[in-house]
Design a protein around this ligand. Structure first.
Ligand code: NDP
Length: 295
């Protein structure tokens, strides 16, 4: 099965490694071509010079780009994939995108005999390397069955969220919760640091109690207390996700003040820390505001 993979970023690259083997024939394209060339040197894959060239013979095309804006750009831009995708092929968009754009892309492709499913992933770069990502997809079951083997190559828990756009919606809300947990855990630890409680002692108790989360159990001990702050998932992308959740809430007239406030806080953190910062670095903003360092 011929597969085109577009977007070898922090998560796209390890995902693509699982498709660089039989029975797949993989072609990759990346905006910065050196990344695609490095990938092809180390894996069974060909490099395409343009997005259009990558998808021309592909039965399945995977996009893994920062947001739906870049997916639109790759569809409609110079040497874009819209005119090049073959009738009967399927576009799996693994970008954490926004539901209305995914629905409009699905409609546009549908008019040309190309199927679409939104299939954002969760689990971070560790699960991407291991091929054990959680995949939440939106679209038709008949389309999914045609690409099941492709998604199973990098996914472990694979869940149908509903019609096109539902995968994006679920992903945005999951990540809104992640953002809330990071900020609220940092705030709680800042209070305790000011009260003279060692953050390590605080986390020992919280992680054996009801206040625990992935942030308290893993992210903060491994990345904040060690001051390592590795870059695995850019803060700018998490800000994008919680903004999608906040816009969805507004459109649906849902009352979600905590999510709205956290979206504002991540917007602030993105402005302060820049496009290259990791998501967990949002903690640094809380530290600075409170004059404490969590270590
Ligand atoms: P990165 O920022 O690391 O990579 C983005 C990729 O998109 C790169 O290949 C980049 O190319 C390419 N790109 C950016 N802008 C354009 C453009 N205008 N045209 C063409 N290509 C472009 O992002 P991630 O890999 O981390 O994330 C990808 C998606 O997956 C996002 O939606 C993110 O929210 C989601 N995600 C990420 C996770 C993670 O742990 N990192 C976890 C779960 C989901 P170039 O190399 O040239 O910059």
């Amino acid at each position: 099965m011929k597969i085109a993979f577009i977007g070898l970023g922090d998560i796209g690259e390890p995902m693509a490694t699982h498709l660089a083997r039989d029975p797949f024939e993989l072609v990759v394209w990346n905006r910065t071509s050196s990344k695609a060339e490095d990938f092809a040197r180390n894996h069974k894959a060909k490099v395409a010079a343009t997005p259009a060239e990558a998808v021309r013979d592909a039965a399945v095309v995977i996009t893994c780009l920062p947001s739906s804006v870049e997916v639109e750009a790759v569809l409609h831009g110079d040497n874009g994939i819209l005119d090049a995708m073959r009738k009967g092929s399927v576009l799996i968009d693994c970008t954490s995108g926004d539901p209305p754009t995914s629905r409009s892309i699905a409609a546009e492709l549908g008019g040309r005999g190309v199927e679409f499913i939104d299939a954002p992933v969760s689990g971070g770069t560790t699960a991407a390397k291991a091929g054990t990502l959680t995949v939440m997809w939106g679209g038709e079951a008949t389309v999914f069955e045609r690409v099941r083997s492709v998604i199973e190559a990098f996914g472990k828990k694979i869940v149908h969220a509903g019609p096109v756009g539902s995968g994006d919606a679920l992903k945005a809300v999951n990540n809104a919760l992640l953002a809330v947990h990071i900020i609220s855990t940092a705030e709680g630890l800042a209070i305790l640091a000011k009260a003279g409680v060692d953050p390590k002692v605080a986390l020992e108790v919280i992680n054996a109690s009801s206040g625990r989360s992935n942030s308290s159990e893993n992210l903060i001990p491994q990345r904040v207390l060690t001051r390592a702050f590795p870059r695995t998932f850019r803060l700018a992308l998490l800000e994008k996700d919680i903004a999608i959740a906040a816009v969805m809430a507004e459109d649906l007239h849902a009352s979600t003040p905590v999510i709205s406030l956290t979206a504002e806080r991540f917007h602030e953190a993105r402005e302060k820390l820049g496009e290259g910062a990791d998501h967990v670095e949002a903690v640094k903003m809380v530290e600075e505001e409170n004059g404490v360092e969590l270590k």
